[in-house]
Design a protein. Structure first.
Length: 315
């Protein structure tokens, strides 16, 4: 299996803590695997040593020589990300997007992606310090006050230690929850926070302390809204058969796995309808329904009204 190539484009003055919190789980994943799973590539616009928020610097590859053979590229920015108006950087990020490379923003990195026109009709987040400023400048996506948001091929987080949790979510989806737990234990992080952590209680508190596998499945669901996993994928990632997981959901929540998953996605859709002007077709895509007709049917079945009626009721 080919190691995933993960780039980190560092903006001068980037936060060292955020950068380490993003890179270290990937390094640990390589440590615990028989073969390397991730290739970590530090990048910058000009290349060479890039100064961080602390004394010291990291050597980087210039984006002009980096190519586009990446699985994900994260933009890491501290300080004032709105001052970054580098057209060469914007052009390169747009090129990566056209090539199908997933993009991410860490700390203030989301502001740079938004300025490059790469966050339209997306759910995303940013460090709380920049939240209101970005809301005032950008109204073509849905900015959430969350720890991290994974929306299809966009990975964004609030900075600080939030990249740890986002990377665990990414690793869990690719290599299983138990493998990601080994990494969190390695860093003595005894509780992996879910994406909604700043605003909501933990999965255990909201669902009444469900069994481990059910809680892990719920965490996977909440980080895969736009690109829903199927039952077999969820079961494999939590280390059970589909039948075993279904049985545990029925016992703990009196609902099937996919029923709960659909309700989580529909609740996100309802929040989007109430809090944004994003077109209904885009909301269908953002919540994993694809076709607007399928979304409208599921929404009406759940809430007793069409999505359009749900939106007009709040205006």
């Amino acid at each position: 299996m080919r190691a995933q190539r993960i780039g980190f484009c560092l903006i001068e003055g980037y936060a060292m803590m955020s950068t380490a919190a993003a890179m270290e789980p990937l390094r640990a994943a390589n440590l615990f695997s028989d073969a390397p799973l991730y290739e970590i590539v530090p990048l910058s616009v000009a290349g060479g040593a890039v100064a961080s928020s602390l004394p010291g610097a990291m050597d980087t590859v210039p984006i002009s020589k980096a190519g586009d053979d990446f699985d994900v590229v994260f933009v890491v920015a501290g300080g004032d990300p709105f001052r970054v108006q580098d057209q060469a950087l914007f052009t390169w990020l747009r090129h990566l997007d056209r090539k199908g490379v997933a993009l991410g923003g860490i700390s203030g990195g989301s502001a740079i992606l938004a300025n490059a026109g790469l966050m339209e009709n997306r759910r995303f987040t940013i460090h709380w310090h920049h939240l209101e400023d970005l809301r005032a400048r950008f109204d073509r996506g849905w900015l959430e006050h969350r720890l991290y948001v994974i929306d299809r091929d966009r990975y964004t987080c609030a900075g600080g230690t939030a990249p740890l949790d986002m990377m665990y979510a990414m690793i869990s989806a690719q290599h299983g929850v138990s493998f990601a737990r080994k990494i969190s234990d390695w860093f003595i992080q005894t509780e992996i926070r879910i994406a909604d952590a700043p605003q909501q209680a933990s999965v255990a508190a909201r669902y009444g302390s469900p069994p481990r596998a059910v809680a892990e499945a719920l965490e996977l669901m909440e980080s895969h809204i736009a690109d829903p996993l199927n039952l077999d994928q969820i079961a494999a990632l939590v280390g059970l058969s589909a039948r075993q997981l279904q049985r545990q959901f029925s016992k703990a929540l009196d609902l099937s796995v996919m029923h709960v998953y659909r309700d989580i996605r529909l609740e996100t859709a309802r929040e989007l309808l109430r809090s944004s002007h994003i077109p209904l077709g885009e909301i269908a895509n953002m919540t994993g329904f694809g076709a607007q007709a399928a979304f409208s049917s599921a929404y009406r079945q759940r809430y007793g009204q069409s999505p359009r009626e749900g939106r007009s009721a709040t205006t």
